[in-house]
Design a protein around this ligand. Structure first.
Ligand code: PLP
Length: 447
């Protein structure tokens, strides 16, 4: 770090930061609270700001830079495609688009085999909603309260988290179901499923799909029991509804498997992907469907598309990224380092009374705080997501930031989701910073 005392901010915003602050919206924020830091470069699991401060990226930016910041193979593939021809219309194709479509058919489970490409996770979910409606001829989507599926009107309507509230009224026919897990609650995950079964029955053949994150991401890294997702698929199918798994955050090694669905050995009818699909080198979303759903659109119109669907530079990045996961054995690597990370986080939890629970799989872990030792009493509530100011978990993240680490936080949970290329030594370095930062929440506990 550039300063001797890392908790002291020595200078205010520089020219770039001031210009940005004035002319560019900060996302999901009261603009008065926005203060962007100018970043100048990234290197492996680290990135460096304009003042020369180097930080370890323990959340892979927005849980998306899975390949870290030095994936030259991806950068080279993008540059090569941009020089050869940066854009061709979606009615044409490129070798990268065709090969990426085939690769996705290979790495996704079961008979998921045909993909629609877009430019974000949000758009991948929008496409999934439209495909499910067109395929089933029904219009309702059941999703859950503790979920995030995107920012545009369809995807925010199926989102359960508080960010939906400011976008309401949203898409008609979007219904929320209970979650398999809530911190501090005695809710039985399998009973929550029987409730969904009853919802589908009572909605009387109008539900097109049940949409879930197999492992919930930004709403707190929530892992259901092993039998939950298989049973959810059974329930959906018993009511002739589809199962859509939103793998935008959980996919591409994050869970120590290719996808969160693989953790539970389930093949959804539709899978949505983004983020890790290019290691965040280019904006790319993907919605992949089974052969049966794909066949439906042979003689029914696939009534969807974008100018940038299958953008040549984005799919070049996607192909190079997926080939990197395969050739560098990054999925088994993520599983091994993920197990190590899990063990180290448990040790940290033992040292800090303000850690109520550590949970997760692979390199997808949540550290949830408690203000009362031995209980699960959050410092932050869901409504805080829409309020100005910082929660205690944000203060812990700020401390980590000042000590040389980026660590995402949401309401009451720290989101540990480093690039999947991270090594055990780098995990040690990050965990040491986390260990110090958690003193902030220990000090904020109720006495
Ligand atoms: N779905 C899930 C599970 C996500 O975590 C996100 C973003 O965090 C999205 C969808 C939306 O993706 P994007 O921000 O790329 O539009």
């Amino acid at each position: 770090m550039a300063t001797d005392d890392p908790s002291v901010e020595t200078d205010g915003p520089n020219d770039v930061e001031r210009m940005d602050r004035e002319h560019v919206f900060g996302t999901w924020a009261y603009q008065r609270e926005v203060s962007p830091t100018e970043v100048t470069s990234g290197d492996g699991v680290y990135f460096t700001d304009a003042r020369g401060n180097r930080r370890l990226d323990f959340s892979a930016q927005l849980m998306c830079s899975n390949l870290g910041h030095s994936a030259d193979r991806v950068a080279d593939a993008m540059a090569e495609q941009a020089r050869r021809g940066a854009y061709f219309a979606p009615s044409l194709t490129t070798e990268n688009r065709a090969r990426l479509g085939k690769l996705l058919a290979e790495v996704t489970p079961g008979d998921l085999s045909k993909t629609f490409f877009s430019t974000s996770g949000t758009e991948a979910v929008e496409a999934a909603i439209k495909i499910a409606r067109l395929y089933t001829g029904r219009h309702k989507i059941v999703s859950r309260y503790r979920s995030y599926h995107g920012a545009t009107y369809g995807s925010i309507s199926v989102t359960g988290d508080p960010r939906r509230l400011l976008a309401e009224p949203g898409l008609p026919g979007t219904i929320k179901a209970p979650d398999p897990y809530a911190y501090g609650s005695t809710l039985d995950p399998m009973e929550s499923l029987e409730y969904i079964d009853e919802m589908l029955m009572l909605e009387g053949d109008t539900v097109a799909a049940v949409l879930v994150e197999p492992i919930v991401g930004s709403n707190g890294i929530l892992v259901p029991p092993p039998e939950y997702l298989p049973r959810l698929k059974e329930i959906a199918h018993a009511h002739d509804a589809l199962l859509i798994c939103d793998e935008v955050m959980a996919g591409f090694g994050r869970c120590g498997e290719w996808f969160g669905s693989d953790v539970f050995d389930v093949t959804p009818d539709i899978m949505t992907m983004a983020k890790g699909i290019t290691g965040a080198y280019a904006p790319l979303g993907a919605t992949t469907v089974t052969g049966e759903i794909a066949a439906h659109f042979e003689d029914e119109m696939f009534c969807h598309g974008h100018t940038y669907s299958g953008h040549p530079v984005a799919v070049a990045a996607g192909r190079a990224a997926v080939e990197t996961y395969i050739d560098d054995d990054l999925i088994p690597h993520a599983r091994e380092v993920g197990d190590y990370l899990g063990r180290e986080l448990e040790k940290v939890a033992d040292r800090h009374p303000s850690v109520g629970e550590v949970r997760g799989v692979g390199l997808f872990r949540g550290v949830e705080l408690t203000k009362r030792e031995g209980e699960r009493v959050p410092f932050g509530e869901r409504k805080d997501k829409l309020s100005p100011g910082k929660t205690v978990v944000d203060e812990v993240s700020s401390r980590a930031w000042n000590d040389g680490m980026h660590l995402a936080s949401m309401i009451n949970t720290l989101i540990v989701a480093p690039p999947v290329v991270i090594t055990e030594d780098e995990v040690d370095e990050a965990v040491a910073i986390l260990d110090e930062a958690l003193r902030v929440s220990d000090d904020a506990m109720e006495s």
